[in-house]
Design a protein around this ligand. Structure first.
Ligand SMILES: [Fe+2]
Ligand SMILES: [Fe+2]
Length: 168
């Protein structure tokens, strides 16, 4: 049987996973609107994954005799300063989700709810994967920012560019 305190936390997690899904859907819409269909597709896939995370807790609660509550979802962030800002927001969000997951692991152990403790191990591994995924993308964005290749191409172009007076 699921511990009462842990049951509350698991229902909070259902809400957080659903919110994550809506947050990534919101980023998907923003990126698409900014002209980044590739990144938008990536976020749409993340949104689907978060929905799967949510349903997995639903199924667990049902199988373990607890009652899952369908959550009310607060409004996700809609506007972002830049492509990079959207991915930074995603990484920071994942870090918060990791904290929430770790708290459930901690409380399930403290309350001797070892069934939930065992169930949550999948989420611990998943969070490491997701944080790494967003961190990798942010590293790539930072590399692009440092990349001076566009200036190199402009420099090459300038080598052959002459004003009218120089030609005469
Ligand atoms: Fe998740
Ligand atoms: Fe996630």
């Amino acid at each position: 049987m699921i511990n009462d305190k842990v049951l509350v936390l698991l229902n909070d997690q259902i809400e957080l996973e659903a919110f994550s899904s809506f947050q990534y859907l919101s980023m998907c819409a923003w990126l698409e609107h900014q002209g980044y269909p590739g990144a938008a597709q990536f976020m749409a896939r993340q949104a689907d994954e978060e929905m799967m995370h949510m349903k997995k807790i639903f199924a667990y609660l049902t199988s373990a005799g607890g009652r899952a509550i369908s959550p009310a979802i607060r409004k996700p962030q809609e506007e972002f300063d830049s492509f990079k800002d959207a991915f930074e927001t995603a990484l920071n969000h994942e870090k918060k989700v990791t904290e929430a997951i770790h708290n459930i692991v901690y409380e399930s152990q403290n309350n001797r709810d070892f069934t939930t403790f065992n169930f949550m191990q999948w989420y611990v591994a998943e969070q490491l994967e997701e944080e790494n995924l967003f961190a990798t993308i942010l590293n790539k964005i930072q590399l692009l920012e440092k990349d001076n290749s566009s200036f190199y191409h402009l420099d090459m172009e300038l080598a052959n560019l002459q004003g009218q007076t120089a030609k005469n």
